[in-house]
Write a protein that binds this ligand. Structure first.
Ligand code: NAD
Length: 284
């Protein structure tokens, strides 16, 4: 392996340390403890792990977290009612509805109904709009975590060709939106399931961000020498977590690369904590 490993555990620990210190100072000054309400519907095993990790991380940093567990029989109205209750509860600063929801529930009206000033995932259309206009309230956690990693590693994105693979509202689109902002100044290409000759596009990339959800989709031969490779993918293969990038082959070509696990994943949680603290600060 010739690439430098971008250590998400290390970088996220630094972010969490800063959140812990700022939370402690904020609580001492105001008497307010930042409070995240997490809503989990159904018993998807991966979602249970994610929510548990988020709760644990909150507690470790001095934030309060409350988990609302709803059965997989929950109706759309019941879920919307809970969000309305949390919107009205002044002791709650951040609301997170863990995705994916069970098939019978429509996530769009649920996410749209979260108060934008409590939308710590940054998925509400108002927050997406603010982000795209370059005056963010809450940045979506995963793309924000990626930007933090690039900054931590002193990777200059100015004028670089960044290829984002995936166009989801959660990762791909906001990732491209952040990379193209003034200050980041990358030239961005978004690839998706209908892109023609995707390998040829990826081969042009100075920075590759893979958010596809297909194990080892990006193979080593697609990586331009000395490219930076950010692997957002989390795929379970035979009880092992695998990214969207063929790690060892890509690491031979890249200048820097994130591992899975221990790459982008820990950053996502750290940025959520930061957003919850920000929501609490904005509420006083
Ligand atoms: P998604 O399924 O919503 O989107 C996947 C995207 O990949 C789509 O836009 C689609 O167009 C594209 N795609 C699918 N097949 C393709 C193909 N053959 N060629 C090119 N593009 C293709 O997924 P998502 O929510 O964006 O998540 C992507 C991956 O990132 C998943 O593995 C997910 O588990 C992971 N993820 C990780 C974190 C983290 O914290 N590390 C956070 C969110 C998602």
């Amino acid at each position: 392996m010739s690439a430098k490993l971008i250590d998400g555990k290390l970088i996220s620990a630094a972010v969490r340390k800063q959140v812990t210190e700022e939370t402690s100072a904020f609580t001492a000054e105001t008497g307010v403890t930042p409070h995240l309400a997490a809503v989990l519907v159904g018993d998807d095993p991966a979602s249970q792990v994610y929510v548990r990790n988020k709760e644990r991380a909150c507690r470790k940093c001095g934030l309060k977290s409350t988990l609302y567990r709803l059965s997989d029989k929950t109706t759309q109205q019941q879920l919307m009612d809970l969000v309305a209750e949390l919107n009205a509860d002044e002791s709650v600063h951040g609301i997170l509805v863990q995705l994916p929801l069970p098939d019978h529930l429509d996530s769009t009206p649920v996410l749209d109904s979260i108060r934008p000033d409590k939308d710590v995932d940054g998925f509400h259309p108002e927050n997406v709009g603010l982000m795209l206009q370059g005056r963010p309230r809450f940045l979506p956690c995963t793309p924000h975590g990626v930007m933090k990693m690039l900054a931590h590693e002193n990777i200059d994105t100015t004028g670089k060709h960044a290829v984002v693979i995936g166009r989801s509202d959660i990762v791909g689109k906001p990732m491209a939106g952040l990379l193209v902002q003034k200050g980041s100044d990358a030239t961005v290409t978004i690839c998706h399931s209908r892109t023609t000759d995707i390998a040829a596009v990826i081969r042009q990339a100075d920075i590759v961000v893979a958010a596809v959800g297909i194990p080892e989709f990006v193979t080593g031969d697609m990586i331009k020498p000395d490219a930076v490779v950010i692997d957002v993918g989390i795929n379970r293969v035979n009880d092992r977590l695998v990214g969207d990038v063929e790690f060892s082959a890509a690491a031979e070509k890249a200048s820097a690369i994130t591992p899975v696990p221990g790459g982008v994943g820990p950053m996502t949680i750290a940025m959520l904590l930061g957003n919850t603290l920000k929501a609490a600060k904005q509420s006083v």
